[in-house]
Design a binder for this molecule. Structure first.
Ligand code: RTP
Ligand code: MG
Length: 136
């Protein structure tokens, strides 16, 4: 059974020139690219995307960061696509949680600047793909 997931290369990943690195890892894993776009994120999209974190103390910083520069938004497809990309990304904290060899472990230092987003479940993926790519 094939599944779709939303991936973002966050503003830090784009500004550090890591878009190719992330796409390369997605392709080498065997996930298929079905949408790819460089785009600026407005506040409304950021709020909807991260709605689950609205009450968290870091919500303001998170919105400011994700709207601070262009992101690359992708839809990837394959068996267990959401879990497969989360494995490539590594845990949220690049130092304490991300497994060695993951994107966050290899390139990140701080929780806030952790380079990539991946939908955390097939249900989240469906919601996020609709939000970012309504025509897909
Ligand atoms: P994401 O949604 O961006 O893929 O990250 P995630 O699932 O691994 O982590 P999540 O719990 O959904 O948190 C979303 C983003 O909020 C920032 N964060 N900051 N300062 C903090 O303690 C803190 N905790 C989370 C991170 O940038 C995280 O990716
Ligand atoms: Mg998340």
């Amino acid at each position: 059974m094939s599944e779709r997931s939303l991936v973002l290369v966050k503003p830090d990943g784009v500004s550090r020139g890591l878009v190719g690195e992330v796409i390369s890892r997605i392709e080498r894993k065997g996930l298929k690219l079905v949408a790819l776009e460089l785009r600026n994120v407005d506040r409304s999209l950021a709020e909807q995307h991260y709605a689950e974190h609205a009450e968290r103390p870091f919500f303001g910083d998170l919105l400011e960061f994700i709207t601070s520069g262009p992101v690359v938004a992708l839809v990837v497809e394959g068996p267990r696509a959401a879990a497969a990309f989360r494995q490539l990304a590594g845990g949220t904290d690049p130092v304490e949680k991300a497994a060695p060899g993951s994107i966050r472990a290899d390139f990140g230092l701080e929780v806030q600047f952790n380079l990539v987003h991946g939908s955390d479940s097939p249900e989240s993926a469906e919601r996020e793909v609709k939000l970012w790519f309504p025509d897909l």
